[in-house]
Design a protein around this ligand. Structure first.
Ligand code: ADP
Ligand code: ZN
Length: 753
């Protein structure tokens, strides 16, 4: 009997190797790893004599290659990425035209990828009483100031403090702490630190509310999907204040009792503090909050708490959609229309809402997309039957929708014989609110004092030297600064650098800072609070400002879109949109939709409690359909008027856009490379007939940011994958100079910037 030659390995793995371009190579699986290697296992393999990391894509009995090397090392004993998340990453790479390893970068927090071990930490507590410490500190102040400083820090803490934090705060080394421990004044303990940011806080447990008829209907449909454990997407379209959050809470509760995990996405943690409080108080101890301000260590701990199944609910911003929730059953995307769900600054430019739907599809989960102003894409999907639609059309309990007044600012300018920020109607109503002790919110889309400085003599405009943007004047800081790169001129120039004339410089445009001052000029007694990018730079400042307003410490809150999101202040009875006409002039197919959302959301902050609310919208375009429908909070009317335009012009959701942006400090080079790339793509897409429109290469809306020039072109068509496949082929040979970077944005939010 002829002896067949035994192949060297009984099993093989195809590995995606961590190289610049995705490359799949076969390796043999050594006997001792036969059980541990499966889809997604992190391994180390040799490629042309050098070791690289990679992930197992699949395993099989044979290899098509005659000679393969063994897998060099298995890197993760614990599985870093579950099989289903691995599948999701593969899909993302294909859909968002992004190399696999770059996808993994957004999927796994850096701390997890680099495996920062759960930290052992020292914790310092008081061993003697407060009085004794106070006395000791005073005694040591001159002889041993370092010890005295340590004691002062301990006197300020409730129970104790981490050693690392103590050393940092007191500005001392470890030695004075150790001395104090020897003197039996302090105590030093080793703890395995659970860095969970929730520890130590207590909440009033809240009980589920009795759902009203519409909430109940929505809830029951969701429960059906949860119990069936079949993929389904629910669009919960409920006007502002209609009780969507209560539906989320009860849906999560049901998921937990079915043994399923839940992920809830919120646009921005710091702006949704109120919503999160509600979740903490309902589900204390079961929640992991994936705050973007968590330290690497904290992130690591939260991630592993979820992976181990200790936290069954995860709440976080867009990246939380990737958390390793076990037995995932429910994914909620609150304010699903919000642009914060889209990653734009780095590839993959993913949209967390779309990822949530895809992930649920792969894991047979239920999705709830909630909004008072659904994205046109989602509502379109609901109408076509792809999503299950539930409507909440009235506010809960006694709260009713506010009455809205449109004020034609053209007439106000005539009356005032020039520009004015406040109409008479608005001032009158603010006065009334102050007299009644009720609160007002003023919304303006722009921070700063003036939005530009121009020379009336020669027309010179003060632009940022590094960016394609005018500099904004800030009154309090007395600076001109760039909102793209923070370049700052301080103090602002008083003569024109071009024509050298004096007293010809003129400020233009109004920002929130000026609105605040102007309001004080009209109503000297008014107490104001401003929330925008300038007043919320420090950690915790959002929360502080919001709390200050909700406890009635001011009459009027002035802010940018930060105040439009999900806030619930029952004593706000007047909301005014000072101006947002400008946004309608941005040449982008989504600008109407964005203005509609903004006005509706801001208006929704009025009259959420027992008191009826009022809204004033100041505009120079009182006949504009977007403004009219937003004033009525009439989403369906807006949808019906906007969709035919999208269809006629072939815009999403009827097509997809893909945006290719080339940036470099060398403008000419970026343009040349972009042009060459575009030509190659045209040549390849031509064989698809007229299926794709390739737009011309143009400077981006911001043609320069931080000294990098930017050129872009758009491809539009019904499908994404065929374009991505051609792009992948081009990139295998295309020489992208080191100085030029290419960013690919599939389904971009903006086709202009
Ligand atoms: P939305 O998320 O739709 O803007 P919320 O969920 O914030 O609305 O609800 C607005 C207010 O109504 C909240 O204070 C909430 O506690 C309350 N609420 C919601 N549902 C009910 C209900 N079924 N019964 C009583 N109060 C409710
Ligand atoms: Zn700049």
């Amino acid at each position: 009997m002829a002896q067949t030659k035994k192949p060297p390995f009984s099993k093989y793995a195809s590995v995606i190797v961590d190289l610049a371009i995705d490359k799949m190579l076969d390796y043999g699986i050594p006997e001792e790893h036969l059980d541990s290697i499966k889809k997604g296992t992190h391994v180390r393999v040799a490629v042309r004599g050098r070791l690289h990391n990679g992930y197992v894509y699949s395993t099989q009995e044979q290899s098509n290659y005659p000679r393969v090397l063994p897998i060099h090392e298995v890197l993760s004993k614990e599985e870093l990425i579950t099989e289903s998340l691995f599948e999701l990453a593969l899909w993302m790479g294909k859909y968002y035209s992004t190399p696999f390893r770059q996808v993994l970068k957004v999927m796994l927090p850096a701390s997890v990828r680099k495996s920062i071990a759960a930290k052992q930490q020292y914790y310092v507590t008081r061993l003697s009483g407060m009085e004794a410490l106070r006395k000791a500190s005073a005694d040591l102040r001159h002889s041993y100031p370092a010890q005295s400083k340590v004691l002062d820090q301990l006197l300020m803490t409730k129970k104790g403090i981490l050693l690392t934090e103590l050393l940092e705060k007191a500005g001392v080394t470890r030695s004075p702490v150790e001395t104090l421990v020897r003197k039996k004044l302090l105590h030093l303990d080793i703890i395995r630190l659970d860095r969970s940011p929730l520890v130590g806080e207590e909440y009033f447990q809240t009980k589920p509310k009795l759902l009203n008829e519409q909430q109940k209907q929505a809830f029951e449909k969701i429960v059906q999907s949860l119990e069936a454990k079949e993929f389904a997407t629910h669009l919960l379209y409920g006007i502002t204040g209609s009780g969507k959050t209560e539906v989320y809470l009860q849906a999560i509760d049901r998921a937990l009792s079915l043994g399923l995990g839940a992920i809830m996405l919120v646009p921005e943690i710091s702006l949704t503090a109120q919503t999160i409080e509600q979740f903490r108080s309902r589900f204390e101890g079961k929640i992991a909050i994936l705050h973007h301000r968590l330290s690497q260590g904290e992130r690591f701990d939260e991630w592993h708490r979820i992976r181990r199944g200790e936290a069954k609910i995860a709440i976080g911003p867009r990246s939380a959609v990737f958390c390793p929730m076990q037995n995932l059953g429910l994914l909620i995307v609150d304010e699903e229309h919000d642009s914060a769900y889209k990653q734009t600054d780095e590839m993959p430019c993913y949209h967390a809402r779309d990822i949530a739907v895809m992930r649920a599809k792969m894991e047979s989960g239920t999705v709830i997309l909630g909004s008072a102003t659904p994205s046109l894409e989602s509502y379109h999907n609901a109408q076509s039957g792809k999503y299950i639609l539930s409507k909440l059309s009235s506010r809960v309990q006694t709260a009713t929708l506010p009455t809205v007044t449109l004020v034609d600012m053209n007439k106000e300018y005539e009356k005032a014989k020039g520009y004015t920020s406040f109409s008479d109607a608005l001032i009158g109503r603010i006065k009334k609110r102050i007299a009644l002790g009720e609160q007002t919110i003023l919304f303006l889309n722009r921070r700063g004092y003036h939005s530009s400085l121009i020379c009336r003599g020669c027309g010179h405009l003060f632009n940022c030297p590094h960016c394609d943007l005018t500099l904004t004047f800030h009154f309090n800081e007395n600076t001109l600064s760039c909102h793209l790169c923070s370049h700052t001129l301080s103090p602002p120039p008083s003569t024109c650098p071009q024509c050298h004339a004096h007293e010809t410089l003129k400020y233009r445009g109004v920002g929130t800072e000026q609105i605040e001052r102007a309001l004080h000029a009209v109503l000297p007694e008014v107490r104001t609070l401003r929330i925008d990018g300038d007043t919320t730079r420090h950690k915790g400042s959002h929360e502080r400002l919001f709390r200050s307003f909700s406890t009635g410490k001011s009459d009027v809150l002035i802010g940018t879109q930060m105040i439009a999101k999900g806030l619930h202040f029952p004593s706000v009875t007047l909301v005014a949109v000072i101006g947002c006409d400008g946004s309608l002039h941005i040449p982008d197919f989504r600008s109407s939709e964005q203005v509609f959302q903004l006005i509706t959301q801001v208006s929704g902050r009025s009259g959420r409690g027992e008191l009826p609310g009022e809204v004033i919208i100041q505009t120079q375009m009182p006949e504009n359909t977007t403004i009219l429908t937003a004033a009525k909070q009439d989403f369906e009317h807006f949808f019906a008027s906007e969709m035919p335009l999208r269809e006629t012009f072939g815009f999403p959701p009827y097509t997809h856009f893909i945006k290719y942006t080339f940036s470099s400090d060398d403008a000419q080079l970026a343009q040349e490379i972009g042009g060459r790339f575009r030509q190659q793509l045209i040549a390849r897409l031509d064989k698809n007939g007229k299926a794709y429109v390739v737009h011309p290469l143009v400077p981006s809306g911001y043609a320069k940011i931080k000294d990098r020039f930017r050129f872009q072109f758009l491809v539009r068509g019904k499908e994404v994958y065929p374009v991505n496949r051609e792009v992948e082929k081009i990139l295998q040979t295309f020489l992208l100079p080191r100085k030029v970077s290419l960013s690919i944005d599939v389904d971009p939010l903006s086709t202009f910037f």
